[in-house]
Ligand binder design. Sequence first.
Ligand code: NDP
Length: 710
Amino acid sequence: MATATSIETVPSYIQDAWWTPADGARSTDARDASTGEVLARVSAEGLDLAAAVHHGRTVGQAALGTLTIHERALKLRELAAYLNGRREELYAISARTGATKIDSMVDIDGGIGVLFTFSSKGRRELPNANVIVDGPVEVLSKDGSFIGEHIYTRIPGVAVQINAFNFPVWGMLEKFAPAFIAGVPTIVKPATPSGYLAEAAVRAIVESGILPAGSLQLISGSARNLLDQLDYRDMVSFTGSASTANLLKNHPNVAHGGVRFTSETDSLNAAILGPDAVPGTPEFDAFIKSVVTEMTVKAGQKCTSIRRAIVPNGLRQAVIDAIGARITERVVVGDPRAAGVTMGALASLEQLADVRSAVETMLAAGGELAFGSLDAPRVTRADGTVDAVADGAFMSPVLLSWADAEAPAVHALEAFGPVTSVLGYDTHDGGDVSEAVRLAALGAGSLVATVCTNDPGVARQMVTGIAAHHGRVLVLNREDARTSTGHGSPVPHLVHGGPGRAGGGEELGGIRSVKHHMQRTAIQGSPNMLTAVTGVWHTGADRTAAGSVEFGAVAGAVHPFRKSLAELRIGDAFASGLRQVTLEDITAFANSTEDTFYAHTNAAAAERNPFFPGIVAHGYLLVSWAAGLFVEPEPGPVLANYGLENLRFITPVAAGDSIRVTLTAKKITPRVTDEYGEVCWDAILHNQDGEIVATYDVLTLVEKEDTLYK
Ligand code: NDP
């Protein structure tokens, strides 16, 4: 074991520089989970938290604000690729936390994967801007001169993460990615026992040189008065115990000062076996596999681990036997650096003591030991020898069975280790599984549940019954058993969080989690002013149209299809003249497309239809003609039309009516990495009486500079 004098202190990264406390500062030892060796000291004593927060709010906000959402998203991709190249060194450090290779993959590769996902979602689903328009425009005056809508802009402070010990890398990156896309600087405070791994990841990130100044700071060590520095401009995302979450929630700056606070806390996640999923079915096998995986990955120290296996009473013993058999066959406890080990140590001896004590409390409260034991297990050491060890935080998987499925302790106590309880339920008349639903809900709000059944009726009753008590529900059956990402793996696209005991947070959830770092504001004003604020053209705002002077074009204006992105402005438009639709046109279109629906071909039937005056033109004929009316056909900077959105047919067009089109550049999104960008055009079709016939958006790709055909 190393001597205390040779031990270094884990540094913090504050104000874009590494910082360590003065000699003699009070510190905590971080130890190797398997051997007890002291690896480092951890201390934040003397760290200027106020300066860190100020740095984020000023330097970080300014640097991030010079980039658009897409530019930040691209930096995340670059960072993810860079970290991929440094995985091996992080794996080696991760093993000291007790993590096996698979555990480390979940933490390290999982974290890098979140960066990739947010990078691509940010570029696909958000504008290349710093203002996000949320939802449709509300017209607030009769003449359309006063409108309202909602916009998102980033919060003006810092995003503080206070993290749990179990996923030092993923836990950091899954919160960092959405904050970064939103443009909010992050301050990370990892948990003390495994903070040295978070520090190694931050060191790699800093060495990459990819992030702007002030966008990421790290506090290594306890920072009990961090919230004293925060106000309504800032947010805190907490992961850890419910008791710490409650303490922080009641901090005056949260309770009265407006600090945004979200938390992910204890969760007694359930897996429910349907009555149809008897032994021999693929669902039974998938259920057993899932429970054992969740008990043993990360030695059960996962916020999403299955704590309660809720199974039909008649299958209880079969489930216990199958879980026991699979553990016996597959689980080898030991130092994760030893060959063949499939379950590592808990994070620390303190954590081991907490888990044992929770199991003892459960045994005293009615739980029976159905598999495993609380005795120190014989484990495989790094050198391959097998022994009982006192200095490593090892524990055997433990399965408890409960005669009383409603015993309060099993629904309230989270043993944060390789521990699961089996609870039985009875099915009632007509296959009613409400008893299972009720048991799952006794967890008082959980992160995730698995419903394992191949019966659609059971799936419907269980999922609709438990959904409001959960953040996520996985329906597992033979069709997705092989492809499912699993009960315990939050995916960045979907919500990771849960109500009630689980803390009420939504750390992930795709673009939703980016918006958690932003303020939604209702803005009201004229179309011109809202166009200026959002960078998106609004109906009623000024436009400069080429085309038919009769319909609003300015003589001599250039057709917008002749303009590259360098020249095109929102509000640049084209207004066509009228084109008459004849019965022959409608008949010819019906014949060539074979769309001979009666409204276009059978006058008597069409007249009986309450929506039509008689034979009417096909909507697709009108949209096709509109393209002919607005197009500027010569080769130029417009490269492709890649779709239509929001198409609505409003007024039918009968034979003899005429249509015209107005096309207006509504949203321009240059692609950061390409020589072209996207232009969304507002298209509106009118008839000869000025009535609106159809509205839609046309999506095109346009060159940044007019080079290809010049
Ligand atoms: P804690 O709640 O003790 O600690 C979590 C984080 O909060 C750590 O970074 C800790 O820092 C910090 N912290 C603690 N007190 C304060 C405070 N007063 N002010 C500011 N920061 C504070 O949880 P543990 O890490 O010990 O984990 C214990 C339990 O949390 C587990 O047994 C499990 O039940 C639950 N948990 C839930 C998870 C989830 O995602 N839902 C994930 C992991 C754990 P420091 O380490 O420096 O004390």
